[in-house]
Design a protein around this ligand. Structure first.
Ligand SMILES: Cc1cc2nc3c(=O)[nH]c(=O)nc-3n(C[C@H](O)[C@H](O)[C@H](O)COP(=O)(O)OP(=O)(O)OC[C@H]3O[C@@H](n4cnc5c(N)ncnc54)[C@H](O)[C@@H]3O)c2cc1C
Length: 379
């Protein structure tokens, strides 16, 4: 595994979700020696996702292996008991997330990355020395932190996601085929929303709320489940449960140094999930690829590569993250002031409505960038 004297490997990638697998593939394709570690024992499992990816993911991933389950053509948004507001042409795919991640990991392995499972990052010291698995130490020229919302790599460079949404999701039988992502907005779902995403003859039904309202998840999900059973849309039996954290505070890091070792964060570790929709798969893939390419630049002697990577992420994701963050803050302020958001507030806080897109965080009319990113980032 030795590349140059003093270093065991060019790049250590921590986490093999979409960001880490994409980073490992890109770095290995550039000829770097790559060790990628994943704490889970099996690639892609357990799944903690609602499994929707927008059509535009095809720009980064023309192939997705056999992970596509069904096509999505539109989004339906329900506010309170009102009729659905239909957003036509909201195209994408429901994927089998385990197969999706497995496909990306296989690409990394094919490119020459060494991928180890059931192997956690235990520590990363101020000199960039990593301790992994049972105590083995690894010295890399560059470490890519793709280890999700509570990134240990991020912690090592002082870049931590502080705002997180808690989620709960169940998988149920779906009575009739459905080609829309359904979104349920309701003042009780503080700092989040509920979703029904169809997946062939089953569906993922879930919701997310601010961490302090975690206790609401179960009763709210039980109530929505009961309502949809009564409407004849879904089955009573719960096939699977999942959940997980979603970072919603915007970009953190994403570049730093530990001694001579450069550190880059990608995907959820860098806070790239959209603070309103919670969507993070496309940005994880995109940032992972960019981190892998930046790693190659750094290893080849370009000391500016980490800073350029940070700038690139800010250019690509900055406007849509800033807009989503300001909408999220506005609706949370309503609760903080002791009120409840009304339907107008909820429309302003959801991507289906023109009110959402009117202005950016600084009050400037939104540019094309924001509209483009709507498609790449929205659930
Ligand atoms: C319930 C739920 C539903 C969602 N639905 C959608 C959706 O429909 N569409 C969408 O686009 N996004 C969705 N998201 C968000 C999406 O799942 C994430 O944005 C995406 O997985 C980010 O990819 P990532 O590679 O950055 O992180 P992850 O996929 O979280 O991968 C990080 C990996 O790092 C590993 N790891 C962590 N710590 C260590 C360690 N110390 N050592 C070794 N390995 C470690 C973890 O085991 C994990 O495999 C959802 C999230 C949740 C929680």
């Amino acid at each position: 595994m030795t590349s140059d004297a003093g270093f065991d490997v060019d790049v250590l990638v921590v986490g093999l979700g979409p960001a880490g697998a994409s980073a490992a593939a890109a770095a290995a394709e550039k000829g770097l020696s790559v060790l990628a570690i994943e704490r889970n024992a099996e690639p892609g499992l357990p799944v903690q996702c609602a499994e929707f990816v927008p059509m535009m993911i095809g720009m980064q991933l023309p192939e997705m292996g056999d992970s596509r389950v069904q096509a999505i053509s539109e989004m339906q948004t329900f506010i309170g008991g009102e009729e659905a507001v239909v957003t036509p042409d909201f195209r994408g795919y429901m994927v089998d997330r385990a197969r999706f991640d497995q496909y990306l990991i296989a690409q990394a392995q094919k490119a020459g990355a060494q991928c180890r499972f059931a192997t956690s990052l235990r520590g990363l010291d101020a000199n960039g020395m990593a301790t992994i698995g049972d105590g083995e130490t690894v010295k890399a020229k560059l470490v890519i932190g793709a280890d999700g919302p509570r990134s240990r790599v991020g912690e090592a460079i002082g870049a931590v996601n502080t705002e997180l949404v808690e989620t709960r999701q169940i998988t149920l039988d779906l009575t009739d085929p459905h080609a829309a992502t359904d979104i349920f907005l309701n003042a009780e779902i503080v700092g989040g929303y509920a979703w029904l995403f169809p997946r062939g003859d089953v569906c993922n039904l879930g919701l997310g709320v601010t961490a302090e309202h975690k206790a609401r998840l179960k009763p709210l999900l039980d109530a929505l489940h009961a309502q949809l059973v009564a409407e004849g849309r879904v089955g009573e039996t719960i096939i699977r449960h999942t959940g997980g954290l979603i970072p919603v505070g915007g970009l953190v890091g994403p570049a730093g140094m530990l001694g001579e070792t450069a550190v880059l964060l990608a995907g959820d570790a860098a806070g790239l999930t959209n603070p309103v929709t919670g969507a993070g798969i496309p940005s994880a893939v995109m940032s992972g690829k960019s981190a892998g390419v930046a790693a190659a630049g750094f290893v080849a002697g370009d000391a500016d590569a980490p800073g350029d990577y940070a700038e690139e992420l800010d250019d690509i994701f900055g406007p849509s993250l800033a807009l989503a963050l300001s909408r999220r803050r506005e609706i949370l302020d309503t609760y903080r002031q002791g009120g409840l958001p009304d339907k107008g507030d909820m429309r302003k806080s959801w991507i289906a409505f023109p009110q959402y897109w009117k202005k950016d965080a600084a009050g400037i009319p939104l540019s094309q960038t924001g509209q483009t990113l709507e498609a790449t980032q929205a659930i």
